[in-house]
Design a binder for this molecule. Structure first.
Ligand SMILES: NC(=O)C1=CN([C@@H]2O[C@H](COP(=O)(O)OP(=O)(O)OC[C@H]3O[C@@H](n4cnc5c(N)ncnc54)[C@H](O)[C@@H]3O)[C@@H](O)[C@H]2O)C=CC1
Ligand SMILES: CC(=O)C(=O)O
Length: 371
């Protein structure tokens, strides 16, 4: 198969979807790999390393899209890329359709095969291609929270771990999955007083067992959230309903009850956000303030640590990419139920329930596009 690796063009997105090692692996299986000039540079991989691995460098993004049967990306295509996607072309990347109606309509129109990393799902309901970036974003959420808590950046001027005789910062994490767990671990490691909330009691029991003593667990419901946000310094939004828009759990009317300089980090922003007042921001301009409360809502947080993130992401995406290239997307998806769940839009049809519900679009059973 002919594989294309475009350079990411989202704001400050320095990850790349394939490393030189990944390109070598693809080539070993008999595939041809085209990489856009400087696509790997932001992650510390030079063109010559891809060439040494057997890939061919192409000067422009247009040439990559034109020649490739399978595009491997990191972030969803942005507006300038929509028209480059061809009918029947496989695009393997994060899409987060439910949070972006224009992207959804554009991909329906282009009739590509959109296989979304974030909805590839194993039997145990885990999301193998989201996990590595959730680990990164969860850990980063506390670094960012700690930074914006500093007075200089508009925060309350509270030190995460406090000092002898002065209590530490209070951190509330809403959602106890991968992002939430990593956030709680990092905050606890800095000495903060942490509470983690979830609706899944089994998950709360597990977290209660494994977390250090400065992490408490609490059932997530409107009453508890309303009460807790009033006294916490950093609040991390980390919920997910796979493939669907995130629910608004921290609502606008709660802001005036918070302490001035509280920092909200809405990691779930890529699925629309779980804090009503957040909208997607960029690494260039990551925060904004409403009612004296700092909002951080960057939709591609791992893009800020591209070396770590590229290596972590491609560790997870490469084995599936090889399967797709070796067998073709139809056979690969028929044989692997986890990959099949990654199909969101195929040949102009929405084949993922959460996306059809988000925009009231007709839903087509995925098996119909696999015949
Ligand atoms: N902004 C960014 O750069 C990044 C964002 N993310 C996003 O972070 C979000 C979380 O991802 P993961 O932790 O991997 O998901 P996950 O599936 O591991 O965890 C989500 C958790 O939310 C819980 N939950 C669902 N409804 C809830 C509610 N009403 N109250 C409290 N908890 C609730 C679930 O029970 C689950 O434990 C996703 O939207 C993901 O796409 C992930 C990586 C990077
Ligand atoms: C999960 C995601 O969208 C990201 O890592 O950017």
């Amino acid at each position: 198969m002919i594989i294309g690796v475009p350079k990411e063009i989202k704001n400050n997105e320095n990850r790349v979807s394939l490393t030189p090692a990944g390109a070598a692996e693809m080539i070993k299986y008999g595939h041809t790999v085209y990489v856009q000039h400087t696509a790997g540079m932001g992650s510390g991989f030079e063109d010559k390393e891809f060439e040494a691995a057997g890939a061919t460098i192409l000067p422009t993004i247009e040439e990559v899209y034109k020649i490739a049967e399978m595009i491997i990306k990191v972030k969803e295509p942005i507006e300038s890329e929509y028209a480059l996607i061809r009918e029947g072309q496989l695009v393997y990347t994060y899409f987060h359709f439910a949070s972006c109606e224009p992207l959804t309509h554009a991909m329906i129109k282009q009739k590509g095969v959109c296989l979304a990393y974030e909805t590839v799902e194993l039997d145990d309901r885990s999301l193998p291609l989201l996990v590595p970036m959730s680990e990164v974003a969860g850990r980063m959420s506390i670094q960012e929270g700690a930074k914006y808590l500093e007075k200089l950046f508009g925060g309350r001027g509270v030190l995460m771990g406090g000092v002898a005789g002065v209590p530490p910062a209070k951190v509330l994490v809403i959602g106890g999955g991968i992002v939430g767990t990593e956030a709680a671990k990092m905050a606890a490691g800095l000495g903060a007083d942490v509470t983690i909330m979830d609706v899944n009691l089994k998950r709360l029991r597990y977290l209660d067992d494994v977390m250090p003593a400065n992490v408490k667990t609490m059932m997530s419901n409107e009453y508890n959230i309303r009460h807790m946000v009033q006294s916490h310094d950093v609040i991390v939004g980390a919920v997910l309903i796979p493939g669907a828009v995130a629910p608004n759990l921290v609502t606008k009317d709660m802001l005036p009850t918070m302490q001035k300089g509280t920092v909200l980090v809405d990691v779930a922003i890529d699925q629309g956000g779980c804090i009503e007042t957040t909208y997607p921001t960029t690494h260039d301009n990551p925060v904004f303030e409403i009612d004296g409360v700092i909002h951080y809502s960057v939709a591609n947080m791992p893009g800020a640590v591209p070396r770590t993130s590229t290596l972590a992401l491609t560790n997870a995406t490469l084995p599936y990419a090889i399967k797709l290239a070796n067998k073709g997307w139809k056979t690969a998806c028929k044989e692997d139920p986890a990959l099949k769940l990654g199909l969101n839009i195929v040949d102009g049809q929405v084949v993922y329930q959460g996306v059809s519900e988000a925009f009231d679009l007709p839903y087509c059973d995925v098996d119909k596009v696999l015949v």
